[in-house]
Design a protein around this ligand. Sequence first.
Ligand SMILES: Nc1ncnc2c1ncn2[C@@H]1O[C@H](COP(=O)(O)OP(=O)(O)OP(=O)(O)O)[C@@H](O)[C@H]1O
Ligand SMILES: [Mg+2]
Length: 342
Amino acid sequence: MQIEFRNVTKKYGQIAAVQDLSLAVLRGEFVTILGPSGSGKTTALMLLAGFISPTEGDIRIGGHSVAAVPSYRRDQGIVFQSYALFPHLTIRRNLEFPLEMRGARAAERETRVDRMLERVRLKEFGDRMPSQLSGGQQQRVALARALIADPPVLLLDEPLGALDRNLREQMQSEIKSLHKEFGKTTICVTHDQEEALTLSDRIVVMRDGRIEQIDTPEALYDRPATRFVANFLGEANIFENPGFNMECDVTPPLGSIAMLRPERICIATRAAPQPPDADWRQFVAGTVEDMIYAGPMRKYHVRAGRSMVIIREHVAAGKQIFGIGEKVRLDWLRSDVRYLIT
Ligand SMILES: Nc1ncnc2c1ncn2[C@@H]1O[C@H](COP(=O)(O)OP(=O)(O)OP(=O)(O)O)[C@@H](O)[C@H]1O
Ligand SMILES: [Mg+2]
C-alpha cells in the first residue's frame, strides 16, 4: 500500500472540508478524485501533499505516518491547477528547479533536463520563457517538472482545466502515456467525468467532503451505487413513480429506485417486430416530445406513462429517425435496470 488515508477529517471552524476519508492507493495506481465544486477534492490533495494538516486521522505514505513530515520532504511531484510555472525562469530553469532542491549536480541536471524536454517534445523550447508557450506546451512543462526528479508519487490538481477540448484530449493521452512509461502512483483531481473515466484505474467520487463511491471507471458507470453517482457520471433515467410497470428479474432492495442509462433503451415504431430476446425485455409505449441532434448521437425525449424518458442512440446508416409527436415503443433488457439508494 503506497498511500493511505485513515479516517481523515479536515475542519475549517465548524465546517468539514473533508470528512472521515479512508482510501488506500496501490503502488503504480492511477486514482482520480472526482466531485463537484466544493466537495473537498483539493483539500484531500493538499493534505496528502502536506500543505495542510488533518484535524483528525492519519495519512501514511509507504507504510509510515507522514504527520511529522513537511511538504518538501514528501517526495511528490505536483501539478497545480493553473500550472504555476515560475514566470521569470526559462523552461530549462523551471525544470532544473526540483533537481536543484534535491541537490543534483549541474552535469546531471543538464542531462536530465535534456532528456525530459525531449520526452515531452519541447526540445527547442528550453530557452523560452513560460509566457512564450501555448497553454498545452506550458502544461507539458508542468508535467515534466513534476516528473523530473523521479518522485514515486505524482499529484495532479485539475491538470487540464485550462485547456480547450481538443487539447485536453491530446493531453489526456500524454498523461496516460507518461503514466504507462514512468509507472508513478498518481492521484489526480478533476471535476471532468470524461477525464476521470479515460485516465483512471479507480475513481473516488466525493460529495460534501465524503466519499460516495470508489470503483473502477466501468463499474462506477455501469453499477453506480447511489443516485448522486448515477447523475454525476453520465446521464441517467431515474424511475421513481414511472406510471408503467417496471418489471425486473431481481427483488429491488428496500427503498431503492430504478435507473436506466439512456443508451440502454431502444426506440422503435409501435408495430416493429419484437427482438429475438423479447422474453427478457420490458416494452413501453410512448410519444416523442423532443429530438436533439448532437453529431454522432441523437437524443430523444419520450413521454411514457408519468415519465419523461431520455434515449440516446448512435446515428447509423439505415436507422430510423423519429419526429416530434410520433408514437413509439421503447424497450430494454430487464437486466440493464440498476437499483440505487438515494
Ligand atoms: N482555507 C479554507 N478555509 C475555509 N474553508 C475552506 C478552506 N479551503 C477550503 N474550504 C472549504 O472546504 C470545502 C472544500 O473545498 P475544496 O477546495 O477542497 O473543494 P474542491 O472539491 O477542490 O472544489 P473545486 O472543484 O471548486 O476546486 C469548500 O466548501 C471550501 O469552501
Ligand atoms: Mg479544487
